[in-house]
Write a protein that binds this ligand. Structure first.
Ligand code: FAD
Length: 593
């Protein structure tokens, strides 16, 4: 292994250790990469407990009424501002402290219930859902997860009610996708009572309207010349806090206040550290796990709106003496949106349930959810846009706004390319380490190595021989379940093959990584769909529903998803990668004027 590769392995290992110290059970996504189907993570399909469902239904009724009466997404976009009375109203309904414990003024909702609330907002206005996410999903999340009782008591009640707003400030000029490259400095004072912060942050949602900002800055590591990231709770009334730009003009989600700010010798008391000193990256990545789950919920809501708009238009607009819905190429788009919206909801619910059940190690699943739902939503919007033809281009319909708003999703909270590579590399680490064990033993046999290599070999061989069982309850889903099991087996075989074929250089082969990550994402998505469908069939059966529920969208999703998986795996051996890279390198080498 060369120096660069071992550095990369170290980075991946560090990222995982940052998040999950100690022994852990095999999660669902990591299981896929090992050829296993970790059924108890995903089946049966999670349901919100009855008592909480009643509370959720009441909240949704209240929220819908409030949004119907007070939320005007077109006006928010035109004015590039969310009016204060909308923010206050969201606070009154409880949206701004939905998952905060009741003792700190929150509603104490689970993440699954919270996702339903965000789906409802995402259905109507992306500016508002991004604002709520910035405040609640990530802004006050570090305080909720890592704050001490005193910190929570002091800050949370006003933040939960919406009287005060929160923000999450990680991004800087040099720390975008490379989030660990934070340059903002936090120097301890002589007496150790506070830290002195200096630096700039950019692209921060709510920066200029927040009363509490979770700010990532670099602190010295005692006893060494190294530095590490620490999370601080900063308030804008601290001397030296300067807003450089309150609302950066932008293409979409124009109602949100995306800002830049600088800290000039800002004194932040030691009591304002969130979590452990030097563990700010762990804080940030854990916070983003929550953000990516509600991202999925907002995209689900927006996809449902796409479906409604598509159906409405296809049933009313006539061309060639027929409504558009009579044309197969329009039907194809509507069917695809319906299938994707079904899958997005299933995937969001299953992923949120991991958080509610207190499972460990769901960072791969939250990354998959974020990439999958944001990419699918982009396709959904493109389809409904096309169905509307020229009308979609006009500003009196919501489609051009929805298109502008949705584009940030593939960039924010981890660009999709970065997460795609992360999914493949973290997923492949388990089997990769087992192969390394076997390889090292073959090169330099020793008694100790032999036993480890034997265990690794048995595990790899076991996964190669066994097709995993996908335990659905409904008879009519058995064929889909068997097909999914076989595809997981094929996926594991393809991962093993890629690891053996490319070895360490695979760490830089993003075209290979992309196919592996895409296949893994579709395997997770179809698992969630199968689980949801199974749950619905069983529920209808228990309730004695005579009419068979309509499962056509779920059925279509499974068929299309299985087809995509086969295509991604086939692409591992049949592709134009060399030509792609040659053409790109040729362009990159030409000087630009
Ligand atoms: C409207 C808006 C709101 C935001 N809100 C917040 C907020 O509240 N808090 C916060 O901290 N940040 C926020 N951000 C910042 C956002 O998270 C970053 O923009 C994002 O992480 C990408 O960083 P970057 O813009 O510097 O892009 P870069 O890091 O420069 O990346 C540009 C592109 O390069 C490609 N790329 C980069 N690295 C790789 C790689 N390793 N492999 C392959 N391709 C790669 C990707 O296609 C990527 O899109 C916001 C941004 C916007 C636009």
């Amino acid at each position: 292994m060369n120096k660069l590769d071992s550095q990369r392995q170290k980075e991946i290992q560090q990222a995982e250790e940052l998040l999950f110290a100690g022994p852990q059970a095999l999660g669902f996504a990591k299981g896929l990469f090992q050829g296993h189907f970790v059924a108890d993570w995903v089946m049966p399909y999670p349901r919100i407990p009855a008592a909480q469902q009643i509370e959720l239904d009441e909240t949704l009724t209240e929220l819908r009424q409030f949004l119907d009466e007070h939320l005007d997404p077109a006006e928010i976009d035109r004015q590039a501002d969310i009016p204060r009375d909308v923010i206050d109203g969201l606070g009154r309904v409880g949206v701004l402290g939905m998952t905060a414990p009741k003792e700190y003024g929150g509603r104490g909702f689970s993440q699954m219930a919270n996702c339903k609330v965000l789906e409802e907002i995402g259905r109507r206005c992306a500016s508002t859902s991004v604002f709520v996410n910035a405040h609640h999903s990530i802004g006050i999340r570090a305080l909720l997860l890592f704050g001490t009782h005193e910190q929570k008591q002091r800050w949370l009640p006003k933040l939960s009610s919406g009287e005060q707003l929160g923000s999450f400030a990680l991004t800087e000029k040099e720390a975008g996708s490379d989030a660990a490259n934070v340059q903002m400095q936090a120097r301890p004072s002589e007496d150790g009572s506070h830290f002195i912060l200096n630096g700039e942050k950019r692209y921060i949602t709510n920066a200029a309207i927040a009363h509490e900002l979770t700010v990532m800055a670099r602190t010295p590591v005692p006893g060494s010349d190294k530095t590490a990231i620490t999370a601080f709770l900063v308030t804008p009334d601290m001397p030296g806090f300067e807003i450089l730009e309150a609302r950066m003009p932008k293409m979409g989600i124009r109602g949100t206040a995306t800002g830049r700010f600088a800290l000039h010798d800002v004194k932040v008391p030691r009591e304002n550290i969130l979590g452990t000193m030097g563990k700010g990256l762990k804080v940030a990545l854990t916070v983003l796990d929550f953000g990516r789950t509600t991202f999925g919920a907002c995209c689900t809501g927006a996809a449902k709106t796409c479906l409604e708009l598509a159906v409405q238009h296809a049933n009313t607009r006539k061309q060639f003496n027929k409504t558009l819905g009579n044309f197969e190429l329009v039907q194809k788009k509507i069917a695809r949106i319906a299938a994707d919206a079904y899958a997005m909801e299933a995937m969001t619910t299953v992923t949120a349930s991991f958080i509610d059940r207190g499972l460990e190690d769901y960072m791969l699943e939250t990354a998959m959810l974020k990439v999958f739902t944001t990419e699918r939503l982009w396709e959904c919007i493109n389809d409904v846009f096309q169905i509307h033809g020229g009308a979609a281009y006009m500003a009196d319909l919501p489609l051009e706004r929805m298109l502008r708003d949705a584009r940030i999703n593939q960039i924010g909270e981890g660009a999709n390319e970065v997460l795609t590579s992360f999914i493949a590399l973290v997923g492949m680490r388990g089997p990769g380490m087992e192969f390394k064990e076997i390889y090292d033993t073959m090169m330099k046999p020793s008694r100790e190595r032999m036993s480890k290599a034997w265990a690794a070999g048995k595990n790899r061989l076991g996964a190669t021989i066994r097709v995993p069982d996908v335990p659905v309850q409904s008879e009519q889903l058995r064929a889909h379940a068997r097909q999914l099991g076989r595809l997981i087996w094929r996926f594991n075989f393809a991962v093993n093959r890629a690891l053996i074929m490319y070895r360490e250089p695979i760490l830089d082969m993003q075209l290979v990584q992309e196919r592996i990550a895409n296949a893994a994402m579709d395997l997770f998505a179809s698992t969630c769909v199968l689980s949801r469908l199974d749950g619905e069939i069983q529920f209808a059966r228990r309730n004695g529903d005579a009419a068979a529920p309509d499962h056509s969208a779920a059925d279509l999703f499974l068929r299309q998803s299985f087809r995509r998986i086969r295509r991604f795996l086939a692409g591992l051996t049949d592709n134009d990668d060399k030509a792609v890279l040659t053409a790109a390198k040729s362009c990159l080498a030409k000087p630009t004027s």
